[in-house]
Ligand binder design. Sequence first.
Ligand code: CA
Length: 229
Amino acid sequence: VASVLFVEDDLHIREAAVRALTEAGHAVRGVTSGAEALAAVVDWQPDVVVLDLGLPDFDGQQVLRMLRAVSAVPVIVATARDDDKEIVAAYDGGADDYVVKPYSGEHLAARVRAVLRRGAPGEVGVPVIEVGGLAIDRRGRVARLAGVELELSRLEFDLLAHLADRSPEVVSRRELLAEVWRQPHGGADKSIDVHLSWLRRKLGESAREPVYLHTVRGVGVKLVAPAGA
Ligand code: CA
């Protein structure tokens, strides 16, 4: 059971998220302001914080910086603000993930799972992610398919690991640009296609006959265990 601190002043969003995360098996505490959030991080020491940016007392970006001064807890920023400046500021301020409203309870629960899998700095998380016959060891930066080590470039490994983290969800190109390419402003769009095709080749599949890597037209790409595996 992971403890999740949910910081959100909107009652409906808070209730829905607390319900979804509780159903996902977490111990959840909801608070409505930046001051309460900071106090709860210190007193309660949650495993994950989900932080809204539009709070009544402090701006969420400010709360994030204050929080980072006292804790290394993973922080998922969950906000209506979707412009690149805010997203970049949040990552620079120490956010581990960024979700734009509206999001579903399932989506949020998946993000929490992914952040927990990555583990807090200095903590022992679950370093090996398995999807079907694929095993991705983040710490050792090694990926194996059916026990055979894949020869991947740094970017290919990061791409595969990110898709595995989010599996079986579809990951948007925008998210890949922001989180794997670290280019929230775009510009590496072609690079995504090129690396996906190299990755496919190394996995022994093709866009026409996908096994693990599936493109969902107009949405993004997902990594899933092959049917029947
Ligand atoms: Ca708000």
